[in-house]
Design a binder for this molecule. Sequence first.
Ligand code: G6Q
Length: 545
Amino acid sequence: MSTNHRPSCKLTAWQALETHYRKVSELPLRKLFSDDPKRGERLAVEAIGIYLDYSKHRITDETVKLLLQLAAASGLGDHIEAMFRGDKVNVTEGRAALHVALRAGKGQTMLVDGINVVPQVHAVLDKMAGFANRLRSGGWKGHTGKPIRNVVNIGIGGSDLGPVMAYEALRYYSQRGLTFRFVSNIDGTDFIEATHDLDAEETLFIITSKTFKTLETMTNAHSARDWILAALKSPDAVAKHFVAVSSNAQEVAKFGIDADHMFTFWDWVGGRYSMCSAIGLSTMVAIGPEHFRAMLDGFQQMDGHFRSAPFEQNLPVLMGLLAVWYNNFFGAETLAVLPYEQYLKRFPAYLQQLAMESNGKHVSTDGANVAHQTCPIYWGEVGSNGQHSFYQLLHQGTKLVPCDFIGFARPLNPLGRHHDLLLANMFAQAEALAFGKTSQELGREGVPAWQAPHKTFEGNRPSSTILVERLTPMALGKLVALYEHSVFTQGVIWGINSFDQWGVELGKELAMQILPELDGQSKGQSKQDSSTGALIQRYLTLKGQ
Ligand code: G6Q
């Protein structure tokens, strides 16, 4: 795959979309629906148990045709194959991005540098299953012989957001006798609050860090070790109360964790694409190896769909192209993800990293500045809480915010009419956004003319609705993979590398330069700019130094 990227906006297909945009951008959804009574059924795709309704978008058949042409002109098919083939698609780090191998079935072959990695993947999954079963059955004892009942995952970024999201999403399936906590922030409060009511004798820490060098994680891991040693008073306790997930065996050994208690993964797994690897150990302990496998099977089904379905029926491709349509032609800056499912409360936060760390880039793979917008800002909140907060802006604000509604037909916790009420709200919101309410309609309802402008909903606010039967481990796998591949699709169209994250480095470097000025190790004039220097001075004064 060549890294020389023809700027996306120079492609004929892109320019055709620009012209087309001028023709269709003002078309009201009301008219599109009244002209085509079957639109709501026609512009929908159902595949592998996921129903995507994309009829409430400001598109015509021509738009879809042109977007598909853009995908073809961007070489999306070749890029998909390159990723699945294990090519070094992460060009700036010279690595493959083969997270799809993490969910491959035992008999499959997926190559990195000519080596089939699937057997390694399954060896680690088996080791994880052995550990998870032992812990879940009470067979893993702490230093004083008590069974472990509390699991604290320490990690950050990709080593935290996937595990915490999956734990919350699949909590219904989790072993309730075990308590799970997640510590990520270097703010000591995170660790203190996560552990304050836990009994050290019954607590196990999973230190998840690909590099085993991340400042936040290692600081928290050392505090955890101090906490265990203070309570259990023996260095031998570390072996029973810590396991590690990492690709850096040397650093794990330095920390004092035995190789037997280390679960490995590989450099071809990016942090934000790692929840199917050993990074998911806490998930597996919570829900058990069988449910974990079902989740991986869900991912795998979506991988297969992404790789083989024609683009016009390809869920991630369609979602990715729609994101491009609003981002680059309507100038929409954000995209809201609105799950009508309490268990998905951390899903928007997870997607923020997935999308924005992947595609928040301003240079293309060949290093040239892009001449177009890249990643929209992903954000969101579970319905119906959002309705009583920011939906006002979605309906009547001045910004265009395409929305993804996500709902499930069968509730995990049926309770009276709750679920029908929840879903009625979800359907109603998408309807209200699309079709609004006119001043004539308000007039007919007797709303006085002076009040009508305030009560008018202009409509034409686009959304997708994703409907799934039930939130199962498999359904979660499908959903996450849907967004992974949608993000990849967008990255390909924009010609950027979705798999590096250099943008997080500078702040880390500067923090290490600033630290000596805060803890009194460097005296004299601050080396920072005048604003940062003054802030540091004020900080030192306030803290009494
Ligand atoms: C994700 C990023 C980043 C990473 C964290 C933690 O894609 O690479 O979020 O996951 O910085 O890194 P470690 O796992 O090495 O501690």
